[in-house]
Write a protein that binds this ligand. Structure first.
Ligand code: 5GP
Length: 194
């Protein structure tokens, strides 16, 4: 998605060779008009899949997931990263190692909101080593629902998450694929191929 590449180039900042900061539109401040375009693009790619539910992970996955939910007209469930007094029974859980926080967390969703009749689209902001996506997929499997695919706003293709997921025949749609961030210069996979 060209507009996303442009946005990453102008507003993103490579904090190191493998961490990208996009706090101005996705991870802290949110650009709702731009994120609406992100939702439209995911919806365009998955519109024929009869999706009944979108699952994401709090907090940065929520915006792209909700924007896509508006377009597809389906409910969005976000997995929680901490225990909640109001969310205790009937939990589906999974353990996820966080790339940015460098710690493992138990994530959970309520079994009230996903069941074996669901066709699920998983959405997240970033794909790095695939831990978040795998944790969400595990929960979909525990609910006996069907995973249709994974929508990622920014895939760092130089890390191995995308490869792991695609090797397992999971449909992964990434709106931007970064091939390297060496010396602060962000290169996208498409440019590498030229
Ligand atoms: P993974 O689980 O695929 O290793 O990492 C994906 C998760 O870590 C995403 O949910 C995202 O929140 C976070 N993440 C991974 N890499 C980056 C990055 O370069 N920048 C930011 N802001 N978040 C990242």
């Amino acid at each position: 998605m060209k507009a996303l590449q442009e946005k990453i180039r102008t507003e993103g900042r490579a904090l190191s060779e493998d961490v990208l900061k996009v706090d101005s539109f996705l991870n802290h401040q949110i650009d709702p008009v731009f994120m609406q375009e992100i939702g439209q693009e995911f919806a365009r790619r998955f519109k024929d899949e009869n999706i009944t539910k979108i699952i994401t992970l709090e907090s940065s996955g929520i915006t792209p997931a909700v924007m896509t939910g508006i377009e597809l007209g389906v409910q969005v469930v976000f997995a929680r990263k901490s225990k909640s007094l109001t969310l205790q029974d009937g939990l589906i859980t999974s353990s996820v190692y966080s790339f940015t926080k460098e710690e493992s967390k138990e994530i959970s969703i309520s079994s009230d909101f996903i069941n074996e009749n669901d066709r699920v689209l998983v959405i997240d902001d970033f794909l790095a080593n695939g831990q978040a996506a795998l944790g969400l997929m595990q929960m979909v499997a525990k609910a006996n629902a069907q995973l249709v695919g994974i929508g990622i706003v920014i895939e760092k293709a130089f890390q191995n998450g995308g490869m792991k997921l695609r090797e397992n025949d999971v449909r992964v749609e990434s709106l931007a694929q970064i091939s390297s961030m060496a010396k602060g210069k962000i290169t996208f996979v498409e440019e590498e191929a030229l």
